[in-house]
Design a protein around this ligand. Structure first.
Ligand code: ADP
Length: 322
């Protein structure tokens, strides 16, 4: 029986625990011995590697985060530490790795594969949904649902109290979370880093809406826009003439019980990752597009810039006139 390990690297997402559970079950079903590497590449270097069994994954499918921990590792950027990581894997006789992470983690694994021949398959995992080559990354749906719950709650107070609420979502340079959240919660304004905007163009229309009886505004802005979220609130107060408040959703967006969709996607990503490793895919990322899964090279995933879905961008233009 061959040995296969899984690890989580970079930011954790909801969906990692369901992935771990299915990893153990699917590895055993394929006559492989499953192992966990704890704490990402740090654990690979420090030999935090253990056999995994059904018991280890009992009762975790409904939990956010990751039971085996994750990390960012400066040491893994250095050749000498990657050599130690390889020795540790050899010691456990592990020749295949499934890596839940982002494009940085995949670039690291690509170097590791080229240096030491450790076969791996990456599973795109980030709430930002900003990985090229795949339309979906594990964790995004749970994050969107957390944001939806927050916006729904904020709407209750905004509508009762007659204020503008400016809500900041995560996403780094990617406006996906903000855009989808704005579209699905009927926000009046959506600002994302990919699309230039000019607040002045909204002033007259927003003032007219207030004159016609509008009591509140919801504005969803992505953390990557050029202005600070507080400046948007100030603009509402000074130029539109409505009291404004700011809510920065922050890290709550990364937690929470994985949604049904993320549990199902975790299941599918892991099955395809292990199938690929058993079928000569040795240096790839498993990607999801148009309802199907394909293995893509690190070059096509981790060295390209993510493009926001053009249909979503059209909706942004239609709805928000940008
Ligand atoms: P993400 O995977 O979410 O994009 P990072 O960019 O922080 O997150 O990368 C995660 C980890 O991957 C880093 O802490 C580092 O250990 C490893 N890594 C990233 N780039 C490289 C690289 N060029 N060489 C070796 N390791 C890398």
């Amino acid at each position: 029986r061959k040995n296969i390990a899984i690890l989580c690297s970079g930011g954790d997402v909801s969906g990692m625990n369901p992935a771990l559970k299915h990893f153990v079950e699917y590895a055993l079903k394929n006559s492989l011995n499953p192992f966990f590497v704890y704490d990402g590449y740090e654990g690979l270097i420090d030999d935090k590697i253990d056999k995994a069994s059904y018991c280890d994954v009992a009762g975790i499918i409904n939990k956010g985060g990751t039971k085996i921990g994750s990390s960012r590792s400066r040491r893994f950027m250095q050749k000498k530490y990657r050599a130690i990581a390889k020795q540790n894997l050899d010691h456990h006789n592990i020749e295949m790795l499934v890596v839940l992470g982002g494009d940085g983690s995949f670039r690291g694994m690509d170097i590791f594969y080229k240096e030491h021949g450790v076969k791996f398959c990456g599973i795109p995992s980030t709430i930002d949904n900003d990985i090229a080559g795949t339309s979906y990354c594990l964790g995004v749906d749970t994050s969107l649902n957390i944001i939806r719950t927050a916006i729904d709650a904020i709407r209750d107070t905004a509508s009762s109290f007659g204020r503008a609420f400016v809500i900041e979502t995560m996403g780094r340079e990617c406006g996906y979370l903000a855009l989808v959240s704005a579209l699905t919660s009927g926000a009046e304004l959506c600002l994302i880093p990919e699309v230039p905007y000019n607040l002045e163009q909204y002033e007259e229309s927003f003032k007219n809406q207030i004159a016609a009886g509008r009591k509140y505004f919801l504005a969803i802005v992505s953390e990557g826009i050029k202005e600070d979220v507080r400046e948007i609130a100030q603009w509402f107060e000074e130029k539109v003439g409505i009291e404004a408040r700011v809510t920065i959703l922050g890290h709550m967006q990364r937690g929470g019980n994985p949604t049904v969709y993320d549990r199902l996607m975790a299941y599918k990503f892991v099955s395809h990752a292990i199938d690929g490793l058993l079928n000569e895919q040795h240096d790839s990322v498993i990607c999801y597009n148009d309802g199907g899964f394909t293995h893509k090279s690190i070059q096509d995933v981790a060295f390209q810039k993510y493009q926001l879905d053009s249909e979503l961008l059209c909706h942004l233009q239609d709805l928000y006139n940008v």
